[in-house]
Design a protein around this ligand. Structure first.
Ligand code: SF4
Ligand code: MG
Length: 320
């Protein structure tokens, strides 16, 4: 059974001049226990809105968020508080998300206090355990966030997110603010913790090279919709959607032919005024007539290699 199942999740915002911005459109997906789902797409494609909607930090406009079979949409404050123990998020900015006036021990122990877990001594012991888990020294508990580097601060944020032993973690651009060398340390830490704790993770990033190693499956988003979803291995070796192919071509890979980069023309269209038909048609190198008129549905294609498990929304493929 899925730990998390999103059914037809949508989120709209009021835009300028009475326009409606469709940030997330009809997204359905599942995450199994212990599974890592990477979500990738350009900034503004709706992936952060998706991650926040499933924790109800943002209220979805339509659709269901089933967590262990129970719809979180419409859940009262009290029920939601108990569910929050199981659902945690880490953000991009380790500077902004840690209260500068609190000690690191206070920050990591705060969720334990809010949820009244254990005695004071037990909470303190748990903080020590969490610091060790994320590779920080024990005396970090008595220091303040500004005394730590960006990577260390992200370790603090991870320790706090794990304090209540969540089942699902949303990592929203969790390494994007860090130097590349530090990025891989934090990615490795998250991957290691994922295995040890059998966490489910939604790993959101604009950078395919960040999520490729940690993800079991990858969902590619464009203008609020999933355009391709499948096993990470298949997405990385046999991408089907022209947008996924373009994202992939931008990653330097050992052994890959040089000059294979697909450069997308134009900017991401205005989400308040998405192109008709396939929303990608204004930038797609393989655009056809039908793409201007008809929106392709996400489906498992028939005319691809046998054993393919991906689903793709593109008229180049016939639905199975
Ligand atoms: Fe390109 Fe058409 Fe496929 Fe959209 S449906 S990705 S425009 S080929
Ligand atoms: Mg974002």
């Amino acid at each position: 059974m899925s730990l998390l199942e999103l059914r037809h999740l949508s989120k709209t915002y009021p835009g300028a001049n009475g326009a409606v911005v469709q940030a997330v459109s009809d997204v359905s997906l599942t995450i199994a226990p212990g599974e890592v789902l990477g979500v990738v797409g350009e900034s503004g494609c709706g992936k952060s809105t998706l991650g926040r909607s499933l924790l109800r930090l943002i209220e979805p406009t339509a659709g269901e968020v089933l967590f262990e079979g129970r719809d979180l949409v419409g859940l009262g404050k009290r029920d939601m508080k108990s569910v929050r123990r199981d659902l945690q998020i880490i953000f991009q900015d380790p500077f902004g998300s840690l209260n500068p006036r609190h000690t690191v021990g206070g920050i990591i122990g705060e969720p334990l206090e809010v949820h009244r877990v254990g005695t004071r001594a037990e909470r303190r012991a748990r903080v020590t355990e969490l610091l060790k888990l994320v590779g920080l020294p024990e005396d970090a508990a008595n220091r303040y966030p500004h005394e730590f580097s960006g990577g260390q601060r992200q370790r603090i944020a991870i320790a706090r997110a794990l304090a209540l032993e969540p089942k699902l973690l949303v990592a929203d651009e969790a390494v994007s603010a860090l130097d590349v060398s530090i990025q891989s340390q934090i990615i490795n830490l998250i991957a290691d913790l994922q295995k040890r704790l059998n966490l489910s993770i939604m790993f959101i990033s604009h950078d395919l090279s960040v999520i490729r190693h940690v993800s079991d499956r990858i969902a590619v988003m464009y203008l609020g919709r999933i355009v391709e979803i499948g096993p990470a291995e298949e997405i990385m070796t046999a991408p089907k959607h022209p947008y996924t192919q373009a994202l992939l071509s931008a990653i330097p890979r050992p052994g890959a032919a040089r000059g294979g980069r697909i450069v997308l023309e134009g900017e991401l269209p205005d989400p308040a005024n998405p192109p008709a038909g396939c929303a990608f048609h204004t930038r797609c190198p393989k655009v056809m007539d039908i793409c201007h008129r008809q929106r392709p549905l996400l489906a498992r294609p028939a005319n691809v290699e046998p054993g393919s498990e991906s689903e793709v929304a593109c008229h180049l493929y016939e639905a199975a």
